[in-house]
Design a protein around this ligand. Structure first.
Ligand code: C2E
Ligand code: CA
Ligand code: CA
Ligand code: CA
Length: 277
């Protein structure tokens, strides 16, 4: 079909080698990034709607490349997935979160932290043992860890169920991320041991003006509560978002209204000042 349009062929011919070179280049610098410790975690606080206290934080990775600058995860995580480099990168994330929980504990702060897994990591062999080993090494209570997966990662429902049950047996919590955007089957919701449903930000952004988004969010909250899950709203940017979601009894709020994802030291500042107000 590509031959039909001459312009398209020319476009691919001139651009493909450039793109390929770019990808290979990024892949090799991604390898170096692991060796040279160029990744950092930022943390975004999550707030309990009813009490206003800090519930926990989500760890979000950033790549601080000395040559390319700050690269967001949406750009390099898919590439890390493709190349398999997500396994060592993901392992670093878990270890860094464990280190953070331990160092916060020394400052008398007990903070649950959520970790995003990507699909390759989720289905890697010995995932649960690897997590267990790291948590033991840093003396971290597994109940302080929440593992976030997306609906599409659970497409192989039978295998996903086994892994999730092992994670639950270890004592970590499970969250379904970006809920409402993947191929959900309501059937897996009742089978899987899920603690948190995170309502995707695409429903939250227009929630004040869009009746459909409001109704969908309302229904997700009702459904989640019926199934004994806690609801987390992402992308909470305004006071009006907070008020509306409070009225809908959404349990936990996360978004720029409270804080952007920030480095560990800024998170500690946030926690200490937030508790005093
Ligand atoms: P996500 O897990 O859905 O993370 C939420 C994203 O929304 C984050 O983008 C966060 O900075 C952004 N966000 C939070 N509050 C607001 C808000 O109020 N308004 C707006 N407009 N955005 C908000 P970020 O940090 O760029 O991460 C993007 C995605 O990259 C994440 O989406 C997640 O899928 C992936 N990711 C991040 N860290 C990791 C990681 O350590 N491992 C893996 N596998 N994936 C990660
Ligand atoms: Ca997430
Ligand atoms: Ca999300
Ligand atoms: Ca998202």
């Amino acid at each position: 079909a590509k031959n039909i349009e001459r312009g398209t062929v020319q476009f691919y011919q001139t651009n493909l080698p450039v793109q390929m070179e770019g990808i290979l280049e990024i892949e090799s610098s991604l390898r170096k990034a692991i060796e040279h410790d160029e990744f950092v975690l930022h943390y975004q606080p999550q707030i309990e709607t009813k009490t206003g206290v800090i519930h926990g934080a989500e760890a979000l990775i950033r790549w601080e490349s000395p040559t390319r600058g700050l690269i967001p995860p949406n750009v390099f995580i898919p590439l890390a997935e493709e190349t398999g480099l997500i396994i060592p990168i993901g392992e670093w994330v878990i270890e860094e979160v464990a280190r953070t929980i331990r160092s916060l504990k020394k400052a008398d702060i007990i903070l649950p932290i959520s970790i995003n897994l990507s699909i390759r990591q989720f289905y890697q062999r010995n995932l649960v043992e690897r997590i267990e080993t790291i948590l033991k090494r840093y003396d971290v209570d597994p109940s302080l860890i929440t593992i976030e997966i997306t609906e599409s990662m659970a497409m192989d429902a039978a295998t996903a169920l086994v892994i999730l049950q092992e994670l639950k047996a270890l004592g970590v919590k499970i969250a379904i991320d970006d809920f409402g955007t993947g191929y959900s089957s309501l059937n897996y919701l009742k089978q899987f041991p899920i603690d948190y449903l995170k309502i995707d930000q695409s429903f939250i952004f227009d929630i004040l003006d869009d009746r459909d988004d409001r109704d969908i969010t309302d229904s997700i909250i009702l459904l989640g509560h019926r199934l004994n899950m806690s609801l987390v709203a992402e992308g909470v940017e305004t006071k009006a978002h907070v008020e509306l979601l409070r009225g809908m009894h959404c349990d936990i709020l996360q978004g720029y209204y409270f804080s952007k994802p920030v480095p560990k030291d800024a998170l500690i500042d946030f926690i200490t000042t937030y508790e005093h107000t």
